[in-house]
Design a protein around this ligand. Sequence first.
Ligand SMILES: [Zn+2]
Length: 194
Amino acid sequence: MALYKVYLCDVLDAIGSARRKDVRSHLQDYFNPIAQGGGFPEGALVDYITATPQPAANELLIYFMPFSWSIANQMPGTTFVSPLGGHDGLTKFSKGGEAVSEVYANSADTRVLANLAFHEAMHNKLRLGNDMHQQKGLASAVVDNAMRPSEDNVKKMKAALKTERPQWTGGVGLMLNKARQKASGDPAWNLTFP
Ligand SMILES: [Zn+2]
């Protein structure tokens, strides 16, 4: 497999259609050189999904959530983490070893959203908690729109790209159900997950 895929899930339209293209494009720019230097000569393919994907065990899935919603907390085999407690994203690992990363779309700035997604992707691939924030660049606890992946961020991600880190895809179906509920006009659609 010579192409590295990064799946983005925004089926609840948290990013918004006007900004979706730019978020993808920023992430494509970040991941392309990482993939090429990390053993995937054809580079990266970052794109949105409309159905449950089947990522390879070393690929990535990032969920974009309306602010204060968490899909990561729906993953079986983990303890609850408040989506409002830390920075605008969360990455967790289940007892079974599955990874889930989400970004809370609490900004209209496409660069901030892309940077948060890259930050969570680093937590996911490097399997590090808050210790990772010491690595600086986009690994920092707070990211803004002026930041880009540092040389060190890129190096660490290149080295981790082939590491198997199976992604939890079960959230996509849960979000698609919510999207259907919304489309049908059910006013209860925006009650967050149980
Ligand atoms: Zn973090």
